[in-house]
Each structure stands twice: as structure tokens, then as C-alpha cells.
Design a protein around this ligand. Sequence first.
Ligand SMILES: Nc1ncnc2c1ncn2[C@@H]1O[C@H](COP(=O)(O)OP(=O)(O)OP(=O)(O)O)[C@@H](O)[C@H]1O
Length: 321
Amino acid sequence: MAKIKKLEVIYNRKAGNGQSKDSWEKVAEFLGKNDINFKMHQTKQDGDGVMIAKILADGLDPATMILVIGGDGTLNQSLNGVMQSNHPDTPLAYIPSGSGNDFSRGIKIKKQKPLILLQKILAMEKPVSIDVAKASNLKTKVTNYFVNNIGIGFDASTVYYTNHSKRKNILNHLRLGTLSYVSSLIKVIRLQKGFPIKVEYNGQSKDFDNAYIVTATNHPYFGGGIAIDPKANPFDHKLDLVVVNKITGKTFVKLFVKLLTNGSHLQDKNVWYIQEPSFTVYDKHIEHGQMDGEELGQHEFAIHFETTSHKFWLPINTIDY
Ligand SMILES: Nc1ncnc2c1ncn2[C@@H]1O[C@H](COP(=O)(O)OP(=O)(O)OP(=O)(O)O)[C@@H](O)[C@H]1O
């Protein structure tokens, strides 16, 4: 077991429609019963995860572990906070407790109960390295890190409409958050138009006149378990880019069925994908963007992507990859 003497817990009680609260209560009880020193830092508003993680990493004692309890958005913010700190190599432990939990699904730890996972984390000798991606916005010069994906167009519009749906709070309260996601998905299928993009990769360049889904992804999933890219691997030091052209009618339905069932959509003529250590995407139309389920606003995006890795206190079985 690593010589961890204290846990600094970043906790988003709003994540996962109550799931995060359940996880935190179990974790707090376990730590208390087992005389493990901890301090909890609750996010009070959007964006707090970055600030809390940065402060914690700046002043971190090597015998202290940062544990994140929340969803993909909270993990994303914690990673970015650590990256902005004086100790960007600070490892993160994580108990997935969000609604989508795509990162934990992508690294195959999703099915583990919070206390089982916590005990495995506390038993780890050293943290493990997992791919994460770096996105440099060529217009704003802002750099962000992400664990799942950055999407422009379809998935980002779905995130936008879900977050801004009038029914979202009521449905979340009833623990029916998925319904608000599905109703946004149907709206986006109706409204999202194709848009032009250019991709530069490995000394080549490719133009699309009618892109619909544009997703740079570290592992297979987006949208809470949809395998947009079954071939993506969070340990191969490559980032995938999937571009789906705008199609309609029966062709769309057929492709969507492939996407939701056996992943054979990647072989479809309307889908293009690459696996590269780096690439650049220029979107030439104002579109919604999302990063790990967090809104990136509505812009023309010009983003340079590259893979890097980060250390996590997470019990990964690399034989699975
Ligand atoms: N106290 C708070 N009040 C409102 N929003 C908060 C608070 N703390 C954090 N947030 C915001 O909640 C949002 C959702 O968090 P998170 O992504 O972790 O949960 P989730 O959406 O349920 O999970 P997932 O991304 O896995 O679907 C984030 O944008 C975060 O900034």
C-alpha cells in the first residue's frame, strides 16, 4: 500500500442526480471508521473543480492523495486544475459518480461499487498512467486537457439542449435525467445541420463539406455510453477523430442502428476516422462544442489536439486492452 496519510476529497454533490451524494456518504463513513484522515472540499458552483484542484496540487504533501467524487465534468475540471498548478504531475484518484460516467466506462472500472473501488485505490502501490488529451485552441490560445472527448456539432448540441432544457431539473429530481438527454437527442437529430471542416493530420489534409458529428476521442464512449468509436483505446498514446457526414432518412436510421448495436458504423462510407498522436481540426461554421460533457460555447473552432498521459490512482487491468 502506498504511504498515503491523508485524502483531500473534491466532491460535486450535484453530479449524477444524487449518485455522487450516495458515494460521498459511503466514502466518508468508511474513512471515518478506518481512521483515515481526510478533508472534503465541495464544489459550490460550475468551474470550482479547477480552482480547488489547483490550490490542492500547489500545496500538496506527497503523502496526500487527491480523490475526486463526481462525474466526468468534475474529473475534467480537477485534471485541468492540477495541470495549471505548480505540480502538474499530481496523480488523481476518482470515484465515478456522475450521470454519464464515460471515462470510467472507457477504462473499464464503471461497474465497481464506490467502496470496493476506494479500497482497491487505497491498496495501490503506485498510480498508473492513462492517456488524456490536450486541446490547444488556436484562436483563444487557451489549452485544456480532457479525459473523454471534445465534440463539435451533434454531441455538443445535445449537451447544450440537455443543460438548457426547462424539464431538466424536474427530470433530474425524479432521477430521470436520461429522458431529458434522449429528448434533446431527438431535437438535435431534427435540427443539426451539416457544416464544413478541415482536418490536418500526419502531413495530410482533408476537407469535409457536410460534417455532422465531429468527435476527438480518447476512448470509445460519448453521451453516457454510446460507443462512437469502438476502436479507441485510452492506453495506445493515440487520439481518435471520428467524422460522420450529415445524412438523412433511411441511411441515417441504418447508421444509427449500427452505432447503437455492433459498432460497424466505423466501416460505413459516411464515416471517417483516424488514430493519430496529434491532429488539427478547423471548423468553419459557428457550432456548439463540448469537452467531457461540459459546454465549450458556440464558435468556429480551430483546435490542435495531441495525446499525453496523466497518473491516476485507479486499479486498471491493462490486460483488458
Ligand atoms: N454546487 C454546484 N452547483 C451547481 N453545479 C455544480 C456544482 N458543483 C459543480 N457543478 C457543475 O456540475 C456540472 C456537472 O458535473 P459532472 O459532470 O461531474 O456531473 P454529471 O454531469 O452528473 O456527470 P457526467 O459528466 O459523468 O455525466 C459541472 O459542470 C460542474 O461544474
